[in-house]
Design a protein. Structure first.
Length: 103
């Protein structure tokens, strides 16, 4: 979460419009969604960490933190439960983002 906070702090220090803040938080939500969808499919954490390592340095550390956070949560069998887990995870990450950019 430390890098997540650093990235948002940088965003906060740069005057941005509400639209730009929304884009940042939506990007975090999209990243969180993708990671949790893969976690719910049963992809090994080692594979997800390998994928995160290939990302651009601007998102790599955040992706790694999101992977770790996703694998701290349970994997579900039922499609509805998986969908709710993905939604919850993405919403949690976006909510944290919005709280930081609103202050």
């Amino acid at each position: 979460m430390r890098l997540f906070s650093k990235m948002l702090l940088i965003a906060l220090l740069t005057p941005l419009s509400a639209t730009a803040n929304n884009e940042i938080c939506n990007s975090f939500g999209n990243l969180a969604t993708t990671i949790m969808e893969e976690r719910q499919k049963g992809i090994l954490i080692s594979e997800m960490m390998r994928r995160a390592e290939t990302l651009d340095t601007s998102v790599k550390e955040t992706a790694i933190l999101f992977v770790i956070a996703a694998y701290d949560r349970p994997q579900y069998n039922l499609p509805e439960s998986r969908s709710r887990a993905v939604q919850r995870f993405a919403n949690d990450k976006m909510l944290a983002c919005y709280k930081l950019v609103q202050n």
